[in-house]
Design a protein. Structure first.
Length: 260
C-alpha cells in the first residue's frame, strides 16, 4: 500500500485552513483533522522510533519543514514562538481551493476508502500540473435534491445521467432492487416506490474535460451499484474500510434478504 504524500494533503489542508477561525490553523489541529480524514493505516500508522507520533504525523510536520504550501503560494506559516505557529491560507490558496471544492466535497462526503482518497488527490494534483479540468459525478446531489449544497447545473446533469443509465443497466424485468439485500421499493410501496434507489460509488468517478461523457459513464458502470439507504449506510459504517458488495451481503441475515 502506497504511503500518503505531502501533495495528497494539500487540498484537504487548505479546506481546513479556510474553515478555521481567521483562516488559520496550527500544525497540531491540522494533524488531528487530517488524521480523521485519511485514517492512516499500515506504514503510515507506525510509531516513529523513540517518539510518540506516527509516520503520518511526520508527513504533516514536513508540510512546514519542506515549505510545501509556500512553493505553490497557497499558504504561509507564521511563527509565534519556539516550535509554535500557524498556517494561514493565502488568496491564491483560496482561489485554488474554490476551483477544486466540488471535488473535495465529492471525495470527503462519499466516505471513500483511504487508499481511494490518496489516489484521487494524486489525480487532482497531477491535473494542476497538466492544466486539465476534472469533472465529477456527485450522486449525493441527485439523492438529496433539496439539500443546501452548492452545485453547478452541469454537475447535476452529469450525475443525473449516470444515475439514469445505472438504473437502466441494473433494472431486470422492469424492476430494480438493492444489489445487497434485494429490497424492492416498488414491491413494498407500490407505484410510489417505483424506480427509487440510491447509487453507491464504490470508487470515485472522474472525467477529464476533453473526454466523451458517454465513454466515462460506460466505465463508471463498473464502479457504481444500486443499493437501498439502509445497506448504503451500513457499507459506510466504518469510513476507513467501506464494505464491498460481498461483505455487506455476508452480514445480512437470511430472514431479512428479499431476493427471489
Amino acid at each position: 500500500m502506497a504511503r500518503i504524500t505531502e501533495e495528497q494533503l494539500v487540498l484537504p489542508s487548505l479546506m481546513l485552513m479556510d474553515n478555521s477561525q481567521n483562516r488559520q490553523i496550527t500544525t497540531t489541529i491540522l494533524r488531528e483533522k487530517l488524521t480523521a480524514i485519511f485514517k492512516p493505516i499500515g506504514e503510515d500508522a507506525e510509531i516513529l522510533s523513540g517518539r510518540n507520533d506516527t509516520k503520518f504525523d511526520q508527513i504533516v510536520r514536513n508540510l512546514n519543514a519542506h515549505k510545501t504550501f509556500e512553493r505553490f503560494g497557497y499558504a504561509t506559516y507564521v511563527t509565534t514562538g519556539h516550535n509554535q505557529g500557524y498556517y494561514e491560507i493565502t488568496e491564491n490558496g483560496r482561489n485554488y481551493l474554490k476551483e477544486n471544492m466540488p471535488i473535495v466535497n465529492y471525495l470527503l462526503n462519499n466516505d471513500f476508502a483511504s487508499d481511494d482518497l490518496k489516489k484521487s488527490f494524486d489525480i487532482v494534483f497531477e491535473d494542476k500540473v497538466r492544466s486539465k479540468n476534472i469533472l465529477i459525478f456527485d450522486e449525493n446531489t441527485t439523492i438529496n435534491e433539496g439539500a443546501s449544497k452548492i452545485i453547478t447545473s452541469k454537475t447535476y446533469e452529469r450525475s443525473s445521467q449516470l444515475r439514469n443509465i445505472a438504473i437502466e443497466h441494473y433494472t431486470k424485468n422492469g424492476r430494480i432492487k438493492c444489489e445487497a439485500c434485494c429490497f424492492d421499493f416498488e414491491e413494498f410501496y407500490g407505484d410510489f416506490g417505483k424506480g427509487f434507489i440510491e447509487i453507491h460509488h464504490q470508487k470515485p468517478v472522474f472525467m477529464f474535460e476533453e473526454t466523451e461523457l458517454e465513454q466515462t459513464i460506460g466505465r463508471a458502470l463498473n464502479n457504481v451499484l444500486p443499493v437501498c439507504p439502509n445497506c448504503h449506510r451500513m457499507i459506510h459504517k466504518k469510513r476507513d474500510v467501506p464494505l464491498i458488495l460481498s461483505e455487506i451481503k455476508s452480514k445480512i441475515s437470511s430472514k431479512y434478504t428479499y431476493c427471489n
